[in-house]
Design a protein around this ligand. Sequence first.
Ligand code: MRU
Length: 348
Amino acid sequence: MLVLLDQTRLPAEEVELVCTDAPALVEAIRSLAVRGAPVLGIAGAYGVALAAVRGFDVADAARALESARPTAVNLSVGVRRAEAAHQAALAKTGDATEAAAAALAAARSLHRQDAEASARMAAHGLALLDELMPGGGHRILTHCNTGSLVSGGEGTAFAVALAAHREGRLRRLWVDETRPLLQGARLTAYEAARSGMAYTLLTDNAAGSLFAAGEVDAVLIGADRIAADGSVANKVGSYPLAVLARYHHVPFIVVAPVTTVDPDTPDGASIEVEQRPGFEVTEVTAPQVPVTGAGGGIPVAPLGTQAYNPAFDVTPPELVTAIVTEEGAVSPVTAEALAELCARSRQV
Ligand code: MRU
């Protein structure tokens, strides 16, 4: 079985969610009990191993898992890695138990690699911050949730802020609440509080006045998919921050493992952006409030209101100051520099 911390219940409760088969994991991914690009890859790989260990059809499980959510490319990277290990072992030994063990080993190795990548991204990211803003005392604005909840290690963008905090160089972490599902308020604030960081929560709408007041030194976000041209898909609300950052001459930095770069997606327009149910916008669905609406939450809009609810948006490369990966930073962000980075990472 696969045991996950149910992220839909945070910060009110720390509750484990036990998945005994791949369909249960697919549901956990769809409901965002497990979410965030790197950990989706890790969970997907473990899901394939789970199907193999339990004797289910591994290819069926892999297809269901990788299509559970469309935008984060890490999910299919993780699923395919475990599936390939399973297939190779089966072809070599003809033994289902050995093939299942190979899938599990691949999942564990991805989990370990992600933790290592996280530590390296934190170091590269902090070095970049210090280069861009010598003197320290960084005031960083972040969006969505990119800490240890989404990673085998300490995360992506959040890991950089955490490294700055540990070095005494983080003056403040500004946390966007991240409507509609409040990953910033529920999860990033939870992680920042546990880490003892100086943090302040703001509504997404308040970011503009914060920039105008000169209170933001850098924006640090994660990514769900980076196209070959450097376009970055991340939680909806990231693109407006990039526009604000450019207008206010503030660096806009994306932190993501190399597995988030997808050479098979040529540009931003080719990235499939997940559309989520309208009730996430028309109702408050936080777990700690009593439930009454069609989606299980409290209605905050007239019944029957249509909602536009893309889970992600795409920031064009020209608005991204740098992409920080475990292999180093790419700046300026160009297709050539990203291709070179991917090639270097394959050689390691
Ligand atoms: O819909 P979510 O909560 O899965 O969206 C997650 C994000 O957008 C994160 O910023 C992204 O996955 C990067 S996590 C390191």
